[in-house]
Design a binder for this molecule. Sequence first.
Ligand code: NAD
Length: 292
Amino acid sequence: MQNIKTIGVVGAGQMGGGIALVAAINKFGVILCDKSADQQHKCEADHKKRLAREVEKQRIKQEDADAAIARIKYVHMFDLIKDADFVVEAAVENAQVKRDIFANLARMMREDVILATNTSSISITEIAAAAETARKGAGARVIGMHFFNPVPVMKLVEVIKGIQTSEATTATTLELSRLLAKTPIPANDRAGFVSNRVLMPMINEAFYAWMEGVAEPAHIDEIMKLGCNFPMGPLRLADFIGLDTCEHIMNVLADGLNNDRYRACPLLKQLVAAGRLGDKSGRGVFDYAVKA
Ligand code: NAD
């Protein structure tokens, strides 16, 4: 594998913060860039808290935790990422924002640097095209590296090849994922990749079952947990993911696969319109204010 010592991460939110921490724990240098200084501080504080908890539980030694934190540079000037040997982008899920970031990365980074995106639904091919337009040949170095939440816990990385992605880019990304102690599985660039293509229609169907009165939400979840050995029912999982995100991904599937059978269930759309977004708003399918 080419010599990768420092990983640049764009976006220090839930996912970028997790990716940076996993990279640092696995002995990579990290340059973590977020355009919001506030978010940088929040992320750094969160890293320290998580590592302290790991030390307390004796899962990591104090000196290793200190060394991991020391490996992360928290920056908010985008161009400071230029010294990285591999980049993972985890900024907001907005196609225009990602196209701009990848055009800038293509212009700014060394010619051998792989540019990965953690997008959960935007076409890798489209992002690679923005990089290629900015710099000839850059599209071949763009790839999807889809981590799962929470990143330090979840083993899977879905590695998604765009039409332009080279074999060398794919091979290096698979190998780097293993060095991050993850299990990479390759997939091709079709709407939803594999994970959301299979998961979201199931979640959507659970909303239909509820809407049609097949069973109460708690019963739908219990049936799927006990009957299919799922750790979490589909409606509870929808709240965890965010109902607005679920609706958005259904729209991506319907548009990207040209098929109305992927349209979001009317009840899901209605809950989103009512501001019931799940855990993050305190109420979605289930009411979390009551539980607290
Ligand atoms: P988030 O909102 O928690 O974090 C996004 C961060 O990106 C914010 O801190 C924001 O300030 C920053 N940002 C926005 N534009 C930027 C720019 N131009 N340069 C630098 N920083 C910028 O979002 P998240 O949940 O961490 O998701 C990030 C990406 O990961 C999205 O593409 C999302 O689809 C994907 N993803 C999310 C999950 C999940 O469960 N949350 C799972 C897999 C993939």
